[in-house]
Design a protein around this ligand. Structure first.
Ligand SMILES: Nc1ncnc2c1ncn2[C@@H]1O[C@H](COP(=O)(O)OP(=O)(O)OP(=O)(O)O)[C@@H](O)[C@H]1O
Ligand SMILES: [Mg+2]
Length: 248
């Protein structure tokens, strides 16, 4: 059984950074192979993972509408395209969804894409899905069960409110998610009391905080992959304590 963790949250809270740390954690714990799925139309998980951007599944779908060579069936072609879109690394692979089809698209290409993606996922021990802000992308993956929805909030009241809305929306949509948890990223010293107070307004499964960290920022600025952060880094250690609570 594939263990899947999907990230969600308001814009810029640290979903992609956290996804990178989670992939690093799972690989180090030997929970391999891991498939990292970039479900953000504005894909950048590859940078955090230190990988080149490959062809996206959206590209594959568009190609399939137009470019299937004679003598090749659509499903053989799709399987080939899907294989091409997988970027391989040590202990983990990356697949980039790319631009989504307009909502309500039931075209054959989309159906095939979903089928192959599901088949592909079964080859992995763990799945880490980095989403864009909002929930649409999660509903695209409902056919596959999600074990943990990890909502990343910033240390603000409005951030927590947004996190709470995401959890409520996931509840309302009756998405197939076993556990919905919230973490707070980029906390600063002296905030814990106010944060506890703000958290007490909501009935959230809160699993910890990650501090604001200058090295994380420095890596980002210099274009160095998050997965290369040293394990002594305070943010990495805090994130790992959170992952200990959700990883199986
Ligand atoms: N703990 C941290 N300490 C310092 N900087 C951080 C921390 N976590 C994330 N950042 C920085 O915050 C910025 C936003 O992070 P990230 O891209 O991971 O957010 P996101 O939620 O994926 O954003 P988007 O909604 O645009 O996809 C980045 O510059 C990242 O380096
Ligand atoms: Mg992101």
């Amino acid at each position: 059984m594939t263990y899947s963790i999907a990230l969600a949250g308001k814009g810029g809270t640290g979903k992609t950074t956290t996804a990178g740390m989670l992939v690093k954690y799972l690989v180090e714990r030997g929970k391999t192979p891991v498939l990292a799925v970039d479900a953000d139309a504005n894909a950048n998980l590859n940078e955090v993972l230190g990988l080149e951007e490959g062809e996206t599944l959206g590209d594959a779908r568009e190609d399939m509408k137009t470019g299937v060579s004679p003598g090749m069936t659509k499903d053989v072609y799709m399987e080939m395209k899907l294989q091409e879109a997988i970027v391989e690394s040590k202990g983990f692979d990356l697949i980039v969804m790319g631009r989504p089809e307009g909502s309500g698209c039931y075209c054959a290409a989309n159906t095939l894409l979903t089928q192959y993606l599901e088949k592909l996922m079964n080859n992995y021990r763990c799945l880490v899905i980095d989403n864009e802000a909002g929930m649409e992308h999660i509903s695209r993956l409902t056919t596959n069960n999600i074990d943990v929805l990890l909502v990343v909030s910033d240390a603000t009241r409005r951030g927590l409110q947004a996190a709470n809305r995401i959890v409520e929306l996931a509840d309302a949509l009756k998405l197939n998610i076993a556990r919905k948890v919230v973490m707070v990223n980029r906390t600063r010293e002296g905030q814990s009391e106010a944060l506890d107070e703000a958290l007490s307004q909501y009935n959230l499964d809160f699993i910890g905080t990650v501090p604001e960290d200058s090295e994380v920022q420095q890596f980002d600025l210099e274009g160095r992959p998050t997965v290369e952060l040293p394990n002594e880094n305070g943010a990495v250690q805090a994130a790992y304590r959170i992952f200990d609570k959700i990883a199986q």
